[in-house]
Design a protein around this ligand. Structure first.
Ligand code: HEM
Length: 379
């Protein structure tokens, strides 16, 4: 459904009006009662009425002289031309059918000096098969996947070392960025950037899904470096609860997790992640007097893995208690539920579940991620 020119758009006028009137489009799932977000694309009632009136009037072209200049694309990247492109050197072969275990490819950056990444974008070569990509920054002193091959794809079950096999997904390495269909590149404000120490590798963790056609994929990450060293480092933290056990048929099953910030930090964005039974996800600050302040509540839709970027970054003091709460619908009323008879626990595949509240914070540039977060788990 290309919508670049008037001729391409016109046949879709009726569907466009219907999609915006139902508020299906543009996609946005934050409950408007909580928080304000810089990337909220919601249309105003007036804008929706304008689109509906335009479709009703037979979708006229209007005066060509009022048209905006066509957008300029920069060789496939949505960010400015990257200073470095880190590409998986060996393609991953994706079968036509079946489940594919998470596939990793570790790619050496060969950076001989520390780098600060202000913008980053992931581009798969076979986007139709990529359910998500998580790109980690593995510093040279990290022990994570140290015995795994570099520059070629592998899965956890292919690893020889049993401990490494079991703990393949567990790392304190920072995330460079997360990609899922529809997600936008990361662009950090001036004075803030992701840190990639000299000699780091980028670890691509790919979740491929099959769609009847075999393919191969070589995903790249494009990086734009900060022009000067920033004052603040952006790190991605997580509030996870791995211990979830969702009973069969439960309609509104609640799981929570809390954590305390050991140092001051500026909260930038929130990215809830669940699978097909995800129903609602909330981030709160639990104040000392017991008051709960909701930062974001998402009416979750698995097909839309979105990052919610705070319109006003929020200063959080050391000792702030953060809480994430997730609700799951494991009943037959959930149209995405693959099996309402099943007790559901944590797992990689979408028929299993996850409870991850990613959030990005800006911290003083010299601060390291692994020192940063203390977790307390509750069911
Ligand atoms: C005002 C802005 C937008 C309008 C008017 C619009 C319009 C539409 C329409 C009419 C459809 C339904 C097509 C059909 O019936 O086959 C649709 C589906 C879709 N749109 Fe949008 N869209 C907008 C924004 C966006 C944005 C920002 C994204 C991505 C981030 C997006 C991604 C999609 C996708 C992936 C589908 C397919 C959904 C599905 O099959 O479940 N749209 N859009």
């Amino acid at each position: 459904m290309p919508l670049v020119t008037y001729e391409q758009e016109r046949p879709w006028a009726g569907k466009i009006a219907a999609a915006v009137e139902m508020k299906m489009m543009p996609p946005w799932f934050a409950d408007p009662r909580y928080g304000h977000f810089a990337n909220d694309p919601s249309l105003s009632e007036e804008q929706i009425a304008t689109i509906a009136a335009w479709a009703d009037a037979g979708a006229p072209a209007g005066d060509a002289r009022d048209a905006p200049a066509p957008p300029e694309w920069s060789e496939g990247w949505n960010i400015p031309q990257p200073d470095a492109v880190v590409k998986m050197p060996k393609p991953v072969q994706i079968p036509a059918r079946g489940e594919v275990e998470y596939t990793y490819e570790i790619v050496a950056t060969h950076f001989t000096e520390d780098k600060w990444v202000q913008m980053a974008e992931v581009r798969p070569s076979s986007a139709a098969h990529v359910h998500h990509a998580v790109v980690y920054i593995r510093p040279p002193d990290s022990a994570w996947l140290r015995h795994a091959p570099v520059g070629e794809p592998f899965t956890a079950s292919m690893l020889n070392d049993p401990e490494e096999r079991r703990r393949a997904h567990e790392t304190t390495s920072d995330l460079l960025l997360v990609y899922a269909p529809g997600s936008a590149p990361d662009r950090w404000a001036d004075g803030m950037a992701k840190f990639v120490p000299a000699g780091s590798d980028l670890v691509f963790q790919m979740h491929y899904t099959t769609n009847g056609e075999a393919a191969s994929d070589e995903t790249s990450a494009g990086l734009v470096f900060a022009k000067k060293p920033p004052k603040q480092r952006v790190i991605t933290l997580q509030l996870n609860n791995h211990a979830l056990v969702i009973p069969p048929g439960a309609e509104d099953f609640r799981v929570e997790v809390q954590g305390t910030l050991p140092n001051d930090a500026t909260l930038l964005s929130l990215f809830p992640h669940m699978h097909l039974r995800g129903k609602r996800f909330e981030y709160d600050i639990v104040h000392d007097d017991g008051n709960v302040e909701t930062l974001l509540r998402v009416n979750y839709h698995f097909h839309w893995q979105l990052s919610y970027k705070l319109a006003e970054p929020r200063e959080l003091k050391a000792g702030t208690k953060l809480r994430a709460v997730a609700w799951y619908d494991n009943s037959k009323n959930n149209p995405h539920n693959p099996d309402p008879e099943k007790t559901v626990t944590w797992g990689d595949q979408t028929s299993q579940e996850m409870m991850v509240g990613f959030f990005d914070v800006a911290v003083p540039a010299g601060m390291d991620k692994w020192q940063y977060f203390i977790r307390r788990r509750e069911n």
